[in-house]
Design a protein around this ligand. Sequence first.
Ligand SMILES: C=CC1=C(C)c2cc3[nH]c(cc4nc(cc5[nH]c(cc1n2)c(C)c5CCC(=O)O)C(CCC(=O)O)=C4C)c(C)c3C=C
Ligand SMILES: [Fe+2]
Ligand SMILES: [Fe+2]
Length: 339
Amino acid sequence: MQFSGPEPDNTKPACTGILLTNLGTPDSTSTGDVRRYLKQFLSDPRVIETPRLLWWLILHGVILRIRPPRSAKAYRKIWTAQGSPLLYHTKHIAEKLELSLQTEIGTPITVVTAMRYGQPSIAEGLETLRRRNARRVLVLPLYPQYSATTVASTFDEISRVLQEWRWLPELRFINHYHDDPAYIAAMARSISAYWREKGQPDRLLLSFHGIPQSYEDKGDPYGRECNTTARLIAQTLGLADEQWGISFQSRVGNQVWLKPYTDETLRQWGVEGIKRVDVACPGFPADCLETIEEIGEENRDYFLEAGGKEYNYIPALNSSNEHIDALTKLVKLHLWQPD
Ligand SMILES: C=CC1=C(C)c2cc3[nH]c(cc4nc(cc5[nH]c(cc1n2)c(C)c5CCC(=O)O)C(CCC(=O)O)=C4C)c(C)c3C=C
Ligand SMILES: [Fe+2]
Ligand SMILES: [Fe+2]
């Protein structure tokens, strides 16, 4: 094994680094770039637990032929002049979080963005921190709820990259913050601010990305953590049981995923005569394909076609001040005491 250099740049003062990570996104909406992204994402054994040889045949024989053009079409609907929403929101959160932490904490601190799949990679993010002489690194994956498919996968990639380093920084890793009071308060404040402007709906749906039910059966705590987050937000908003619900979206393939499903729930609510539904996605701190297109557009149609009259998607926290304040508090809880 060759350990890579150079060593930390000691000509610069030592600082603490925050590696702010998110899932990642294609480089562009071309089918080729989307295929490259999906190949990396769906080859991760934390995401797909099917035996490797069988999965390789399915992935290369079927999925990577059919899905990239379909996903590319969906990405084209949400792409902006600044590129992919997931990436620019995450970068903007990192910039504002750095300013906020520098104001709050006397010691030098730097925040760097990295993506589990695609660019900027985790290897690049760690290299940037090494060049800035970050001798202590706190990793903050932007996933409030723990799942092996997301948080453990991020940890796998960090440890894979660091296996090649000689001189490791001190490391800390935030593995979830699903019940963190500042995050719950920020979510509740964002929803009630929306309602102050537009009035309150008949029902609030809190929709989370799903995972296969079999992963939960094998011990993944994700579904339980989503339920806790949803209950805490509803409690903070003072909602009665019949005023809100929880659901899981974005399922892929034909296995059973966590239920109830978002699309089925919205159709059912439309049929039941619920007039207005607002949807918020507390598992997505930054808006992305799954919120803007799937919740903002696709599921709107399901609800309205089933008889619903009004449907609103309440945007993610993104780089709002309430989100930055919550993340600043969260980071401060995990930081080292000053020397
Ligand atoms: C097929 C398995 C998948 C699992 C398991 C999964 C878990 C999971 N994903 C997120 C967050 C995001 N997923 C996003 C997109 C996305 N997810 C999957 C598949 C699984 N996700 C695919 C194939 C895609 C790509 C889009 C598509 O082709 O449909 C995104 C958005 C990325 C973007 O560029 O905007 C996010 C964010 C979580 C939190 C999670 C488990 C808890
Ligand atoms: Fe996903
Ligand atoms: Fe989706």
